[in-house]
Design a protein around this ligand. Structure first.
Ligand code: ZN
Ligand code: ZN
Length: 446
């Protein structure tokens, strides 16, 4: 069987799906992908193939500015009958309110939506298209994140970051004339979201070893090769080389596809994303504006690699881990969750954590014995997948990415809290879960 990483985009979106040695049939709902200079030209054809006659275009002010000049001639020449909605907010949140705005203007005559944008607009589009049951097309405006081709949306529900598994777009169009003009920060964010894969791939494999969670090497390989492609093209980004931007976009898109193939966010998101999620929730609670997703994720990646730099020299201590779990105090733990997340969100977290026995002693014992047995393999995985702290730091400096939480508005305490709190975001075995199992989570300094 051909490996996923060797397949063309066409082959990857084969509607039949791909039978994989992991036992799954990897399949995506995406029917059309067009990337390149002038890619927008395919829009009329795509609308026709998806039988969309009355689309609703969704923008924010910036994406309207970036794309309308290229869209207008096509829409006019083809006499496309359309409606549009432009979010006016300076900063759009992927929450109930933003989604509600779409519900309030939606007319049942609209038979498809065309999201013109990236991150948050994309996520809103996925959830909305799924809710109203119409096909969705995305016109990408930035190579800033990897969610274009995935079926999960990162939303804020009741103040808590959640991943909702909804419809993925049926068509993705990325015109490099638009991408090329994206602000520098967006490009940095795209790179940052990709750096995360060093951590997410390691953690996925480690979790497979310790918890038996599903893992597909073929998907991991697809993500690994996308990451490599981006790292190799990155120099071209510094002078906005169109081919480099196209490569980065394609790498990000493939990673999103990989998430869809796996049916989970594992291939693309781990502890580094949780740092970002917790910081975003902190910002939300404080009424402050958070930095772009991918930029936060880049900082989270460097912190995660820093933790592993320490763990690679560490020898697990069974006594220490047992002492930790035996003296674990659940009311102290609840207090800590409340302090980090605020009363309202904490309540939800504690309820979920208790219902899945997250702090169970017997489960801890099972995992600990695996960790002790498999420690050399865990080290091997990390040495293979991750760069060293110094390598990653040098790379981030080259692209002017911030290196510390302080540079993006968070304190030393926020950093430690995000690490401790990351274990509680949801039931996913990440580096902080491993630190907890080793009895190190509440004392490690990064
Ligand atoms: Zn597979
Ligand atoms: Zn991401």
């Amino acid at each position: 069987m051909k490996r996923l990483s060797e397949m063309s985009l066409e082959e990857l979106i084969d509607p039949q799906g791909i039978s994989c040695s992991c036992g799954k049939q990897h399949k995506t709902e995406i029917k059309h992908i067009k990337i390149g200079n002038n890619a927008l030209e395919v829009l009329p054809e795509v609308l026709q193939e998806l039988a969309i006659e009355n689309p609703l275009f969704i923008y924010d002010q910036n994406t309207y500015q970036a794309a309308w000049k290229y869209l207008e001639p096509i829409i006019k020449a083809e006499k496309i009958n359309y409606a549009e909605f432009i979010y006016q907010a300076e900063r759009l949140e992927p929450d109930e309110k933003s989604l509600g705005s779409l519900v309030m203007i939606f007319d049942r005559d609209y038979d498809g939506i065309v999201v013109v944008g990236s991150g948050v607009l994309n996520d809103l589009g996925k959830v909305f298209a799924h809710a109203v049951g119409v096909p969705q097309i995305v016109i990408a405006t930035a190579a800033s994140m990897d969610g274009y081709g995935s079926n999960n949306a990162s939303m804020i529900q009741n103040g808590l970051k959640v991943s909702l598994y909804n419809a993925c777009p049926l068509a993705i169009i990325a015109d490099t004339r638009i991408l090329k003009a994206e602000p520098e920060q967006m490009l940095q964010a795209g790179l940052g979201d990709m750096l995360a894969k060093y951590v997410s791939l390691s953690e996925w494999k480690i979790s497979n070893l310790i918890t038996g969670e599903y893992y597909c090497e073929n998907i991991a390989d697809l993500v690994r090769s996308s990451l490599e492609k981006i790292i190799n093209s990155a120099d071209g980004l510094l002078h906005r080389d169109e081919q480099a931007i196209e490569n980065v976009f394609e790498g990000l898109l493939l990673t999103g596809l990989a998430m869809g193939f796996a049916g989970i966010s594992r291939p693309a998101s781990g502890l580094e994303h949780y740092f970002s999620h917790v910081w975003e929730m902190m910002s939300l609670e404080r009424g402050e504006t958070a930095e772009l997703h991918g930029i936060q994720v880049a900082v989270g990646t460097l912190l995660s690699v820093q933790i592993w730099d320490q763990l690679l020299k560490y020898q697990p201590d069974q006594q220490k881990a047992l002492q930790f779990i035996n003296s674990f105090d659940s009311s102290e733990w609840e207090k800590m969750v409340c302090r980090i997340y605020g009363e309202k969100t904490a309540k939800q977290i504690i309820k979920t954590a208790n219902s899945e026995s997250r702090n169970s002693k017997s489960d801890h014992a099972v995992r600990l014995s695996k960790i002790l047995d498999l420690w050399p393999q865990i080290i091997q995985i990390v040495e293979y997948e991750m760069p060293t702290y110094t390598e990653l730091q040098a790379y981030m400096e080259k692209f002017n990415l911030p290196l510390t939480p302080q540079e993006i508005g968070y304190t030393e305490q926020d950093k430690q809290d995000a690490l401790i709190g990351s274990r509680e975001v949801r039931n996913k075995y990440v580096t902080s879960s491993l630190l907890w199992d080793l009895g190190l989570l509440y004392e490690i300094k990064i």
